[in-house]
Design a protein around this ligand. Structure first.
Ligand code: 3HC
Length: 292
């Protein structure tokens, strides 16, 4: 029998097998947790498995873990297409599409089916107020909080911990112990306002870069080179928008704008048109840039 994991959490669930969900599943499994990842269909589950393998292979190539650790990590992640498989979980992180109603639906279903009354129900939302997710599950609101990871999850150490007005202190502290002692990540406590801390600062910057491009003031290459070479950012704002996903950038901007009504959060038309055209970013091979 393996040693108990700090915070008492060994059985983790993740809902959504996109790049964030897969990354969260990977880091939890690498830390020794037994992870169940739920996707919406068998085909989507296959894609999630492929994403996990791709990331682990990359980790091996980059010397971050050896082949046996990668195999052990893979064996600790079950990818399924049925939410009911999460009934015995101690912590579930939802990482579905950045739409309020979709997240509320998932949290409500989790509140119905996760059996352990102490289980933590976390959201990886980029911007939706956690209190709205908590309020949607009535009696279990004290167990709902935000755990916001950063992309690529295996690489970036930050996790924003976002308790809502309804989250209990004990749940927040158990979640923090899990993030620090189990995952080995570096948390900050963020306020439960749209965008929390990081996206409230990052999104206006990304939108400004898209606006600069839209207005023909500078080329995409010059905008990105400017920030990489002049400010030592690992990538420019347009490349980063494509990495995050333009649909996610748009969703976060809309939430921020709805709450703050400040022009700096208003999504530029170019961003809206690219999303409408299906140019969603690096994941689909085209966004602000082409990746084919
Ligand atoms: N597992 C473990 N480590 C990995 C890995 C993996 N699958 N893939 C890469 N790495 C490691 C590499 O070993 C390397 O580490 P080292 O510097 O110690 O050797 C490091 O990650 C960089 O990897 P690469 O050299 O392969 O790639 P690049 O140097 O091109 O970096 C990048 C790629 C990590 C994406 C980098 O450009 C970066 O950090 N960009 C900024 C990303 C960012 O800002 N993310 C936040 C987005 S906002 C967000 O997510 C919130 C949401 O709500 C919107």
């Amino acid at each position: 029998m393996s040693a108990p994991i700090a915070g008492g959490i060994t059985r983790v669930g993740v809902v959504g097998g996109g790049q964030m969900g897969v990354g969260i599943a990977e880091v939890a499994a690498r830390a020794g947790c037994e992870v169940t990842l739920v996707e919406i269909s068998a085909a989507a589950a296959d894609q999630a498995r492929d994403r996990i393998s791709t990331s682990l292979d990359r980790g091996v190539r980059r010397g971050k873990l050896d082949a046996s650790a990668a195999a052990a990590t893979r064996s600790r992640i079950a990818v399924v297409d049925e939410l009911a498989a999460l009934a015995d979980r101690q912590l579930v992180v939802e990482a579905v599409v950045e739409q309020k109603q979709a997240k509320i639906d998932v949290i409500q279903r989790l509140a119905e089916l996760v059996e352990n009354p102490d289980a933590i129900l976390a959201s990886n939302t980029s911007s939706i107020p956690i209190v709205e997710l908590g309020a949607a599950v009535g009696g279990r609101a004290a167990n709902v909080l935000g755990l916001h990871f950063f992309n690529p999850v295996p690489v970036l150490s930050l996790v924003e911990i976002i308790p809502s007005l309804l989250t209990s202190d004990a749940v927040t502290e158990r979640a923090r112990a899990f993030v620090v002692d189990v995952l080995g990540k570096d948390p900050i406590t963020a306020p439960d306002r749209a965008g929390f801390t990081v996206n409230a600062l990052l999104i206006p910057y990304l939108l400004s870069a898209i606006r600069m491009l839209e207005q023909g003031l500078a080329s995409a290459k010059d905008i990105d080179d400017g920030m990489v070479k002049g400010c030592a950012h690992p990538m420019g704002p347009l490349a980063l928008s494509d990495l995050i996903g333009l649909d996610t950038v748009l969703g976060v901007a809309e939430t921020l704008y709805a709450e703050q009504r400040e022009q700096l959060f208003a999504p530029p038309a170019l961003l809206q048109r690219l999303v409408a055209a299906g140019r969603l970013g690096r994941n689909v091979g085209m966004g602000l840039y082409d990746y084919a």
